[in-house]
Design a protein around this ligand. Structure first.
Ligand code: C2E
Ligand code: CA
Ligand code: CA
Ligand code: CA
Length: 279
């Protein structure tokens, strides 16, 4: 930092300059990525843990960067959110995922729901509902086959607009999942204000199962609450057989995680679904 008289430092360093430059470059690249079709959706299955049947898939965004290879969302979504680029990127995601849902429908997998992650910025965009309706019309997808995944922090940042949008989509038949459930600092009162259909229990509660007493108590409680509210519960990040066995025992019906399958490109997803069907 530069010294500007007694006790006055300017909080500006060459390091910060580099950070700003990196952020600007990232934004430029993201804009190009959209034009150059560098985005791709991977899909991870959600299973009925009692029967092993696939009940849903979650669309997870990937960026095929020309030099850096496959870039995970945590490395670019924050920049996309800050710059507002998440709105056009999110529109692309929505369209691609709806197209995929329609393909599943045509391939006799109409019972497989397609979950789509939506961030706060997108949800409070003025045109969110009309854009959504246009995508439904263009792709011919059944809104009942879709689930929007929204995090608790998204809902905390909520505006009346975002709330109204969620109600409008629910009226169309779209499901609403609260993502990373249990990690936000909000009260449970938002569950009453929102047309919730599903809770996704965050991976952090599953990681140390079944050994950890507290995590056992917390997951059991969330599952019981969700069951009595008639929400679907999907537990995230199931990685091991003992985790799966414990969750099944405590009445959790649905799970997602590396133990069942990794997120995969669409071709691989279809191969897996067709194989599972034969079994
Ligand atoms: P998320 O919605 O909580 O998605 C679950 C993340 O956990 C995914 O990471 C998934 O690959 C990973 N995961 C799944 N099973 C396991 C497991 O058993 N163990 C572990 N350790 N991880 C597991 P991914 O694909 O890197 O996505 C990270 C986050 O980026 C997502 O978290 C979501 O918040 C965001 N994201 C992804 N796609 C989109 C999108 O299209 N739009 C928006 N707005 N956000 C997205
Ligand atoms: Ca999610
Ligand atoms: Ca999650
Ligand atoms: Ca998460």
């Amino acid at each position: 930092a530069k010294y500007h008289g007694r006790n006055v430092y300017r909080f500006y360093t060459p390091d910060m300059n580099r950070e700003v430059e990196q952020r600007l470059r990232l934004e430029r690249e993201l804009r190009l990525a959209l034009q150059n079709h560098e985005f791709e959706l991977y899909y991870q299955t959600q299973l009925d843990m009692q029967t092993g049947r696939v009940v849903g898939i979650e669309a997870l965004l990937r960026w095929n960067h020309p030099e850096r290879g496959l870039v995970p969302p945590n490395e670019f979504i924050p920049a996309a959110e800050d710059s507002g680029l998440i709105v056009p990127i999110g529109q692309w995601v929505l369209r691609a995922a709806c197209q995929q849902a329609k393909n599943l429908y045509k391939a006799q997998f109409k019972h497989v729901k397609v979950s789509i992650n939506v961030s706060a910025r997108q949800l409070s965009d003025r045109d969110f509902v009309s854009d959504f309706k246009a995508v439904v019309r263009d792709t011919g997808v059944e809104p009942e086959q879709l689930v929007l995944e929204v995090t608790e922090s998204t809902l905390m940042a909520d505006t009346q607009v975002a709330l109204a949008h969620l109600h409008a989509l629910r009226t169309l038949g779209v499901g609403l999942a609260i993502d990373d459930f249990g990690t936000g600092y909000s009260s449970l009162s938002y569950l009453k204000r929102l047309p919730v259909t599903c809770l996704k229990v965050d991976r952090s509660f599953v990681q140390h199962l079944p050994a950890d007493d507290e995590d056992r108590a917390i997951t059991t409680l969330i599952v019981a609450m969700a069951n009595s509210l008639n929400y679907r519960v999907v537990v995230e990040g199931v990685e091991t057989e003992p985790q799966w066995a414990f969750l099944r025992e405590c009445g959790c019906h649905f799970g997602q995680g590396y133990y069942f399958s990794y997120p995969v490109p669409v071709e691989q997803l279809m191969v897996g679904l067709l194989e599972a069907q034969k079994r």
